[in-house]
Design a protein around this ligand. Structure first.
Ligand SMILES: C[S@@+](CC[C@H](N)C(=O)[O-])C[C@H]1O[C@@H](n2cnc3c(N)ncnc32)[C@H](O)[C@@H]1O
Length: 438
């Protein structure tokens, strides 16, 4: 829908506050399905007239979020509405809806004919508490400009509020497994507003490059077998920066609450009277297998998956894991921090009921350009990993779902020749094995 905008026909931009106000929508197809959720987000009381609707609109009707009047549009349907939307696939019906609205002095949006539409819907988006709306007369151009503005606001290259009013405090942000494309939008926004970023080794470090040079970056890397920054020091740094009036982002790998000691940091901040917020992240427990094509569940193959920290071996007195139950279960096992203890894990699982032929996938540096995957069995995985010199970080997946990954990779190879779908050892390099999650 492109519109001719002449000098004396410039739209007057307005933000409609629709909370609790009636909006009548005529039509239940793709246009309505796309636009009704935004009306609901604005709090509108939506009445939709259409003999048929899409599945998502039906779901909104069934859950009471919209009123669905199941018939063709009829004169009078727009009465009492503050806004009318003509979204049917029939131009004649849309024209009738618009004509009735005009007669009643109700603003009407016509999706099929911009020139005949009294009101236009801008390309809109949100970055934090900023709403962006763009009208250019060309919807594609408007959407492109909107994306550029919203993207700039989210990454902080445009109008970042850093140092201009963000409340002092701490935000624990889950950064995802490493690929910078897998941090959440909210996480990016908060990073763009940070005065200080306290970061982990497994956090997506490349996003730090985008920060303004005056943002202080505190490296809290806990390098295995190397210099470890004590948790108390990290807590103290978060608290002291926040108490000095700064907004601190604690950037962590994966999700802060999955073996991330996130709750310890939250509790420490709250006990010190420092306001804290938590932004969940994409955990490596699911994303890293996915990056190597492994689905952690698959119908008919695995109904359950267990995520286990193997920072101590199964026979270590500090282990609280019920290894016998895991050995007896048929579910997928996802092991984190397991690389050095794979021999003990395999021996325990075989002794407690898993077949030695159970497939195992070991995915190191998942979602990063250096990702590599080794596929073996419980019998062979420990010597293979040792022979190949696989180092942490790695996620180990045990179960028949590993075979599904093989099937997917094979089909990918056929459909997209050149896809790095080899199941075996991926030598790494820029091409990653698995779907491009960026
Ligand atoms: C201390 S745990 C933190 C987990 C994190 N909070 C999460 O939700 O992903 C660290 C372990 O996560 C796994 N891990 C994290 N990022 C990874 C990656 N990119 N590739 C493979 N394993 C990863 C490894 O098992 C690593 O030893």
């Amino acid at each position: 829908m492109a519109a001719m905008v002449t000098a004396d026909d410039q739209p007057y931009l307005l933000g409609l506050r629709l909370g609790g106000r009636l909006v009548m929508v005529a039509g239940g197809g793709a246009v309505a399905a796309r636009r009704v959720p935004a009306l609901l987000d604005a709090g509108a009381d939506v009445s939709l007239v259409s003999p048929e609707v899409t599945g998502s609109l039906e779901d909104l009707a069934l859950t009471g979020r919209i009123r669905w009047i199941r018939r063709d549009y009829a004169t009078g349907d727009g009465a009492g509405a503050w806004l009318v939307c003509a979204f049917t696939s029939e131009p004649a019906v849309n024209a009738a809806v618009a004509a009735e609205a005009e007669a009643m002095r109700i603003w009407c949006v016509r999706a099929d004919d911009a020139d005949a539409s009294a009101a236009w819907t801008p390309a809109s988006g949100q970055a934090g508490d900023v709403r962006v709306a763009v009208l250019s007369g060309d919807p594609r151009r408007s959407a492109g400009i909107r994306d550029a503005i919203v993207g700039g606001l989210r990454t902080g290259t445009l109008g970042a509020r850093r140092g201009r009013g963000h409340r002092p405090g701490v935000a624990l942000v889950g950064g995802g497994p490493g690929d910078p494309g897998l941090i959440t939008v909210r996480g990016r926004q908060l990073l763009a507003e940070a005065d200080v970023v306290v970061t982990d080794r497994l956090a997506p470090r490349s996003v730090l490059d985008e920060l303004s040079p005056d943002v202080e970056i505190v490296d809290a890397a806990k390098i295995p077998y190397g210099r470890a920054v004590a948790q108390e020091h990290i807590n103290a740094a978060l608290i002291s920066h926040a108490q000095a009036g700064r907004f601190v982002v604690r950037l962590k790998g994966g999700d802060p609450y999955v073996f991330g000691r996130g709750a310890e940091e939250v509790l420490a901040c709250l006990r010190a009277g420092v306001p804290v917020t938590v932004v969940p992240g994409v955990t490596s427990a699911v994303a890293v297998p996915a990056a190597a094509w492994v689905p952690v569940t698959h119908r008919g193959v695995a109904q359950e998956f267990h995520v286990v920290s193997v920072h101590v071996a199964p026979d270590d007195e500090r282990s609280t894991v019920n290894w016998a139950a895991l050995g007896a279960s048929r579910g997928t096992l996802v092991l984190l921090m397991a690389v050095e203890r794979l021999a003990a894990v395999a021996e325990t699982l075989i002794r407690t009921g898993r077949a030695g032929t159970t497939p195992v996938s070991v995915v190191a540096n998942g979602t990063l350009p250096t990702q590599r995957t080794i596929v073996a069995t419980l019998d062979t995985v420990a010597p293979r990993v040792s022979k190949e010199g696989v180092r942490p970080p790695a996620v180990v997946v045990i179960g028949e779902v590993v075979n599904v990954a093989g099937e997917i990779a094979e089909l990918m190879r056929v459909m997209q020749p050149g896809t790095p779908g080899d199941i075996g050892v991926n030598s790494g390099g820029p091409a990653r094995q698995g779907p491009d999650l960026a």
